[in-house]
Design a protein around this ligand. Sequence first.
Ligand SMILES: *Cc1c(COP(=O)(O)O)cnc(C)c1O
Length: 460
Amino acid sequence: MRPRDAYAEPYRIKVIEPIRMTTKEERLQKIEEAGYNVFSLRSEDVYVDLLTDSGTPAMSDAQWAALMRGDEAYAGSKSFYRFQDVVRKITGYEYVIPTHQGRGAEHVIMTTLVKKGDVVLGNMHFDTTLGHILLRGAEPVNLLRQEGYAVESNEPFKGNIDLEALDRELGAHGPEKVPFVLMTVTCNSNGGQPVSMANIKAASEIAHKHGVPLFFDCARFAENCWFIKNREPGYEKRSLLEIAQEMFSYGDGCIMSAKKDALVNMGGFTAMRDHEVYSKAIEWVIPFEGYVTYGGLAGRDLEAMAAGLSEVLDDDYLEDRIGQVAYLADLLLERGVPVITPAGGHGVYVDARAVLPHIPQSQFPAQALTVELYVEGGVRGVELGACAFARTDEATGETIYPELELVRLAIPRRVYTDRHMLCVARAFEGILERRSSIRGLRITYEAPVLRHFTAKFERV
Ligand SMILES: *Cc1c(COP(=O)(O)O)cnc(C)c1O
């Protein structure tokens, strides 16, 4: 990767959206009103919004222009065929079904292929994927290599699956119990870490040897391809499109949240080689998503996705995008803020316990840091720690805490400049100066499931 100051953004700005800087006093009041939970803030009160990279990209002039071409016919719209052509070109998969977003594609594929008692193997399933597997009464199994869990590392491909474990699990359960192997590229749940082509190829060979198909959860396939090109020997000279085509050639189908690498604000799809799977899948698409040529989307959405997929496999764009994530990670490391290394493709993950060592895990250090980041700089990140992941042991009633207390700073695509990243780094400087006086939090309200979205807190 070239140094950040060796180049500039590979685009210029045609439309802007004003954002408002608030005062610290205002932010203290807003966060108190929000029950110390950033999900309850209004976006107009946030200066740099790093809550998620999902559905938050800025579309290009080509995408906005494509919206006008949307054919809103109920069946057989021109927009569907243009979209299908782009997906076929990248993936090589014959059958393409649009869905309203990634979880719509998960729903279709899980109901089609997964039955009660099945085991779904993968490198590491994303939350909604995990939820859909559980809803089918099946068991999700993560087979990420041990290296993928390390906080500090030089591993180039921390998203790789453990091939020996995959072979062993497939041997133990067989094709009757394993409907498919799911490779998530990049691996969202451990920080957007990439999977190497060698690992994908070997996983595909192992799955196929056992008579089990391989699917991709390919929300960030373009970012994964960029990492392969820049980190895996033998791929430096290949085009990103060729790398994507080779990657998908090892699989039998995919599910995608288009809100990531299709550079749109809403959409998704599933695609596959097998006609029988397709025929069964559309039985679930029509009642839940809509007719097969629109799948819960407007014709113009299909046009924006087609345009986004056509422009995302671009070296300059991806170097700038992934470079910006690495830049923010470096700014924080230089200031003594520990983050997961190497930085992944879509966000920086801060080790909250290292920043606030005096706050015990029972007082939510990552949530406290998320709150302070908003108070200090108007920056919205998200807690991935005890609030999101702690659970109660049913036998003993004891709380089981997650290993890590992280604050994720997910960077929207083509939205913020490097000066915004400097603002984020400055907010951390302010926090470090007064860190010993920062207090923990206690929960005053929580929902029985997925409490982190709606929990309310007070300061200890
Ligand atoms: C976002 C995401 C999903 C779910 O997609 P939605 O569009 O949010 O429904 C599934 N898998 C991965 C890897 C994701 O990042």
